[in-house]
Design a protein around this ligand. Structure first.
Ligand code: NDP
Length: 325
């Protein structure tokens, strides 16, 4: 295949590249840094959330190399700058369709531009889950949010509730406690799933009150959320219904992988996580790799995503070298 790397081909809306990276989280940018340094002239499309999920994280204190912590936004700015420094073409745009039935692979951006690529690195991450309550979507932007760091600001000195028992819920509860007067953490089991350090911080924070064994079954309020309906000890003899008055309702119950657009061609597990061959980022298609949260149901850390992005880049380079022979 004749490459016109990073230059427009004869058709204005078609382009041929060696390496296309989708997603701008730690996986995407790490992959870009490595492939750019290997002179593969990668193009990276940022997707719907420039910088990925970390831009909605307040402080990152567990990424090695930052003993004084760093904000998610600053870290992602640095990732981007580093990728661009080595020549990555970082662009705004989202994949709206693809044809991975034959090589070169075709990927359509924003319904208008088609990119033909020899290798594709899918780093599209994951998106927050909602409970699925009937009026949850109605109140989005009116008191319901899946991002405390984005929306916590609106609840200064107010009362909020957050659902979930994992690290995200604990981290966001602590963040909200630094803004709001009162934070209720609603946990469906009788224990938190979060790491010990986060549990200790949450349980010792006087502004946070944890409701264990409790499920949210509905929301109420006129135009904005004014409260939630809860059931404690559901199905047990001591089952209890509670109406809790709050100003804001946050969700932190995990994420779902952004793999839909590729699922016709790429194998995923039952939850939609892209399957990769053991110890690699290789998918079921030659030259297509997946890295970061979209293919990782287990770790979902910035550092593991960055590591997988690096692996993908090395695998891209090896694949392209093999193609030449
Ligand atoms: P997790 O999957 O770890 O936790 C999800 C939580 O939401 C669980 O407590 C789960 O309950 C609860 N939950 C799920 N569905 C529902 C529901 N329908 N109703 C009520 N509760 C529900 O997701 P996280 O986003 O917290 O974390 C994902 C990964 O990212 C983890 O590996 C985590 O360690 C990591 N992470 C690390 C951070 C850090 O180190 N700074 C920060 C944030 C995340 P149950 O336990 O009952 O299943």
């Amino acid at each position: 295949m004749k490459h016109n790397t990073n230059n427009k081909s004869s058709l204005q809306d078609e382009e041929q590249v060696k390496c296309l990276i989708i997603g701008s989280g730690p996986a995407g940018y790490s992959s870009a840094i490595y492939t750019a340094r290997a002179s593969l002239s990668p193009i990276l499309y940022e997707g719907t959330q420039s910088g990925g999920q970390l831009t909605t994280t307040f402080e990152i204190e567990n990424f090695p190399g930052y003993p004084d912590a760093i904000t998610g936004i600053k870290m992602m700015e640095n990732f981007k700058k580093q990728a661009q420094k080595f020549g990555t073409d970082v662009r705004k745009g989202t994949v709206t369709a693809c044809d991975l039935s034959r090589q070169p692979y075709k990927v359509v951006i924003d319904n208008k531009q088609t990119i033909e690529t020899d290798t594709l690195v899918i780093c599209t991450g994951a998106t927050a889950k909602y409970l699925g309550l009937s009026d949850e979507q109605k109140y989005i932007g009116r008191g319901v949010s899946a991002c405390a760091v984005c929306d916590g600001f609106f609840y200064r000195k107010k009362i909020v509730a957050i659902v979930g028992g994992g690290d995200s819920a604990c981290e966001e509860a602590l963040y909200l406690a630094s803004i709001a007067n009162k934070v209720y953490l609603i946990v469906r089991k009788n224990h938190l799933r979060a790491s010990q350090i986060m549990q200790t911080r949450v349980l010792s924070n006087t502004k946070i009150e944890v409701y264990f064994n409790t499920n949210v079954i509905g929301l109420f309020g006129e135009e904005f959320v004014e409260g939630i309906h809860l059931i404690k000890y559901r199905g047990e003899a001591n089952e209890e219904k509670i109406d809790m008055t709050i100003d804001g309702f946050f969700l932190a119950i995990g994420r779902k992988p952004n793999s839909e657009i590729f699922r016709t061609y790429i194998s995923t597990d039952s939850n939609g996580y892209i399957k990769t061959q053991h110890g690699t980022t290789k998918t079921n298609l030659p030259g297509v790799f997946a890295a970061g949260d979209v293919s990782d149901p287990n770790y979902q850390q910035a550092i593991t995503a960055a590591g997988a992005g690096c692996m993908a880049a090395i695998e891209v380079e090896r694949y392209l070298n093999e193609m030449k022979h």
